[in-house]
Design a protein around this ligand. Structure first.
Ligand code: HEM
Length: 194
């Protein structure tokens, strides 16, 4: 099923600032290796039947913090935009699948840059025609990685895998989210400094 606004694999997306060679050095710094790719692949079918439950937890977190929910709300009235929330939620679910299955190729890198633009004023709201805040402030981007990876654990453990396997999957998710959010940060950073 095609999810509105999901553009992984769209050749019309602008090129990413980071090519495969540069991304290989980023993976090296994050200690992200073949074992992590395998652990992410393993997490895919475990998470698939739980995606809505995972999203309930993640949306519950954002929804419980007015300063985060504001970025899904009308900029002046502060009224949460249910349609915007729902459309982004569908793509967030797809992001779980994409993260588990990622190939780290040119298409994937382009898509990461697009997700970054969608958090920044250069692209926020455009995909869904939403009326909301202009930008997700940079100060929240990296910290949100912690609740995302932390709350994933019970879902990774739900099928009764050994604790070492659950640890490996959670570590791989931590590294992948760290690398992705770093790529997403590019519109916030002067290009020569990225
Ligand atoms: C680790 C940190 C984060 C992750 C993994 C994450 C993940 C995502 C994903 C997967 C999407 C959908 C992308 C798409 O397919 O269009 C998205 C969009 C969005 N996220 Fe985040 N996000 C993070 C940080 C934040 C923070 C801190 C906020 C603040 C409330 C936020 C607010 C939004 C908004 C408003 C959108 C919709 C942007 C648009 O208009 O297209 N995100 N995020």
């Amino acid at each position: 099923m095609q999810i509105p606004g999901h553009r992984l694999g769209d050749p019309e997306l602008p090129r990413s600032l980071i090519d495969a060679d540069a991304f290989a050095t980023m993976k090296e710094v994050a200690l992200f290796g073949d074992d992590d790719v395998a652990a992410l692949r393993r997490s895919g079918p475990i998470l698939e039947p739980q995606i809505e439950a995972v999203l309930d937890v993640w949306y519950g977190f954002v929804g419980s913090k007015p300063f985060l929910l504001a970025h899904f709300a009308h900029p002046t009235s502060g009224e949460p935009n249910g349609e915007y929330l729902a459309r982004v939620r569908a793509r967030f679910g797809q992001w779980i699948r994409d993260t588990a299955a990622a190939r780290y190729d040119d298409d994937w890198l382009r898509w990461q840059f697009e997700i970054g633009r969608r958090h920044h004023r250069v692209g926020k709201n455009a995909t869904d025609g939403a009326t909301s805040t202009a930008i997700v402030p940079f100060r929240y981007l990296l910290p949100l990685a912690q609740p995302i990876v932390q709350t994933l654990r019970p879902f990774l453990a739900a099928t009764g895998e050994r604790v070492e396997t659950v640890d490996a999957m959670q570590d791989a998710w931590r590294k992948s989210v760290l690398l992705q959010v770093t790529l997403w940060s590019s519109p916030y950073v002067a290009p020569d400094d990225f």
